[in-house]
Design a protein around this ligand. Structure first.
Ligand SMILES: CC(C)(COP(=O)(O)OP(=O)(O)OC[C@H]1O[C@@H](n2cnc3c(N)ncnc32)[C@H](O)[C@@H]1OP(=O)(O)O)[C@@H](O)C(=O)NCCC(=O)NCCS
Length: 206
């Protein structure tokens, strides 16, 4: 038996074991596919892991990345998700094509501080506020950055490492800091020049 089959067998045995079913409420039943997906994700390739979350076959997800409520995620083609990134789609999340989410990036579409402030920190609380978050196409989000619930990031933006995006970002922005601010606005000429520079450099080293 291959190592992969043996791991699958062990996961299945654990899954079916009576003492694993500590509780069997609706929430536990909903969470179990996530647990299984995460366990099996250890032996998947990047594209298998993305497909197991319902992403397009051109997308790749690195190990440890997690999607909360993947059924509410609208995701384009050629999206790359780095190690240990967390994509929260519980309040609605869309990600355009050719966008990369860096290592350890957190993208939120809900916030729950009112459950704490009102001492009502129970699962399923109506005090959890959900706001859809939108990330455009051709966006680069360096890790570890945080994108707060309800934010829209336009197409072809660059988010620098350690940025906290707390407001909408217009297309073609380079953004940095906490709270985030636009440090530069770029355009197609800039992108073409940068493309030429990098390709020129690659040829020079051949
Ligand atoms: C953010 C980043 C992509 C910008 O790179 P770039 O487009 O080549 O930009 P430049 O370095 O030419 O900087 C453009 C402008 O933004 C500013 N800038 C760049 N990074 C910044 C940052 N983190 N904070 C504030 N300003 C920043 C520069 O000062 C510059 O301003 P200027 O035009 O007034 O001089 C790059 O700095 C970066 O951090 N890359 C992430 C690398 C990474 O995470 N790699 C992991 C695997 S992909």
């Amino acid at each position: 038996m291959s190592a992969k089959d043996e791991l699958l067998r062990q996961v299945r045995t654990l899954w079916e074991a009576a003492d694993f079913r500590i509780k069997d409420g609706a929430r536990q039943r909903k969470l179990r596919p996530d647990i299984l997906r995460r366990a099996l994700g250890l032996v998947m390739t990047d594209d298998e892991r993305a497909a197991s979350h319902g992403l397009d076959e051109t997308c790749r997800m690195r190990e440890g990345a997690k999607i909360i409520s993947p059924e509410k995620l609208e995701c384009g083609e050629y999206v790359w998700v780095g190690e240990n990134a967390v994509l929260d789609a519980s309040g609605g999340l869309s990600i355009g094509s050719h966008t990369s989410i860096g290592l350890g990036v957190y993208i939120w579409s809900h916030t729950s501080q009112l459950t704490n402030l009102t001492l009502q920190n129970f699962s399923g609380s109506e005090l959890i506020e959900r706001r859809p978050t939108k990330i455009g196409s051709g966006v680069f989000i360096a890790g570890p950055s945080v994108i707060l619930a309800g934010v829209t990031i336009g197409d072809k933006c660059v988010i620098a490492p350690l940025t906290v995006v707390n407001k909408d970002i217009p297309p073609y922005s380079v953004v940095s800091g906490n709270p985030s601010r636009v440090v530069k606005t770029i355009n197609e000429d800039y992108i073409a020049a940068e493309r030429g520079r990098v390709l020129g450099k690659a040829q020079a080293t051949l």
